[in-house]
Design a protein around this ligand. Structure first.
Ligand code: HPA
Length: 273
C-alpha cells in the first residue's frame, strides 16, 4: 500500500487534517481536548480513563499503518472523560525504526492536534539507567536527547524546545503520586537495544532513560503548540546496568505486570488536566 505521507508533494499537515476529519466522522466527536499515545505497558489506561465512544482500527485512518510490533495495540479510541472532556487515545504508534519516514512517526501527533487536542501525553516502555528504577518504575520525562539524527520539522522551522516536557504537567502528575521520579529520555533509533557502551555514553551525556520513541513525537507536538507530558515505564534496566540480556519478551512481561498500577496512575493524572 502506498504511504500517502511519503508521496512526493504530499503535505503532511493536510493529511493529518484529513485523518482528523475521518476520526470526527466515525466517532461523532467534533473535537478532542487531550491526546494520549500509549506505549508498552500503558494500554490499560485507556480502559480506566473514561467511556469509550468509538474504537477505530488504525488501518481505517489515512496515514496510519498497522502496528509492526507485537504488543502495540493498533487502534485509535475516542474516550469521554468523567469531566465531559474528550480524549483521543492512540495505540497505533509508528516507530522510527520501521523506516516509514519521520512524517509517519509523527502523523498521530499531528492528527491529534488537528482534532483539537491541546495536551499531548506521550508514554513508552523504556530502559532505565538509574538502578533504583528496577522493578517497573513509572517515571516522568523531564527533557530528551534526540540521537536519531532526524527531526519532524522540515525546512527552516526553528522551534524552541525549552520546557518541552511541561514542568506544570510534571508538577500536576506529582499531586497524584508525590514519589514520581523524573529523568532525561534518550531516543536511539533501534530496533536493536543499546550496547552497554552506548548506555554509558547516554549516561555521561546526562541521560537517565533509553528508548526508541517519544522524542520525535514531542518535537512535532511542540510545533503544533501542544503542552506535553511524557512518562516512561522502566521495563528493564538498560544494557550493562542489568547484567542479564535484554529481550522484547521481558519488556512485554514487565508491561503486563505494571499495567494495572500505571494505568490507574495515568487515569488519575488525566482527570486532573
Ligand atoms: N532500550 C531501548 N528501548 C527499550 C528498552 C531499552 O532498554 N526497554 C524497552 N524499550
Amino acid at each position: 500500500m502506498v504511504n500517502p505521507l511519503n508521496v512526493e508533494g504530499a503535505n503532511p499537515f493536510e493529511i493529518a487534517q484529513e485523518a482528523a476529519k475521518q476520526i470526527t466522522n466515525i466517532s461523532g466527536i467534533p473535537s478532542h481536548d487531550i491526546a494520549l499515545t500509549l506505549g508498552s505497558g500503558w494500554a490499560k489506561a485507556a480502559d480506566l480513563i473514561g467511556e469509550t465512544v468509538s474504537e477505530i482500527p488504525g488501518s481505517e485512518i489515512i496515514g496510519f499503518s498497522k502496528s509492526a510490533v507485537i504488543g502495540h495495540v493498533g487502534t485509535i479510541r475516542s474516550i469521554r472523560l468523567p469531566n465531559g472532556k474528550h480524549a483521543l487515545v492512540i495505540g497505533a504508534r509508528t516507530h522510527f525504526y520501521e523506516n516509514h519516514g519521520v512524517r509517519s512517526v509523527v502523523h498521530s501527533v499531528r492528527t491529534a492536534a488537528a482534532t483539537g487536542a491541546k495536551t499531548m501525553i506521550l508514554t513508552n516502555g523504556a530502559g532505565g539507567i538509574k538502578p533504583q528504577w528496577a522493578g517497573g518504575a513509572a517515571v516522568l520525562i523531564s527533557d530528551h536527547i534526540n540521537l536519531t539524527s532526524s527531526s519532524p520539522l522540515e525546512g527552516a522551522t526553528f522551534i524552541d524546545l525549552t520546557d518541552l516536557y511541561s514542568k506544570r504537567l510534571r508538577d500536576l502528575a506529582r499531586t497524584v503520586d508525590a514519589s514520581l521520579d523524573e529523568g532525561v529520555y534518550v531516543q536511539f533509533r533501534g530496533p536493536h537495544y543499546e550496547t552497554p557502551a552506548e548506555v554509558q555514553m547516554a549516561k555521561i551525556m546526562g541521560g537517565h532513560i533509553v528508548g526508541m520513541s517519544t522524542a520525535l513525537e514531542a518535537i512535532a507536538a511542540r510545533e503544533a503548540g501542544m503542552e506535553i507530558l511524557g512518562m516512561s515505564l522502566i521495563t528493564n534496566l538498560a544494557a550493562g546496568i542489568q547484567t542479564t540480556p535484554l529481550s522484547h519478551a521481558e519488556v512485554l512481561e514487565a508491561g503486563r505486570n505494571a499495567e494495572a498500577r500505571i494505568g490507574k496512575l495515568l487515569a488519575e493524572i488525566v482527570t486532573k488536566l
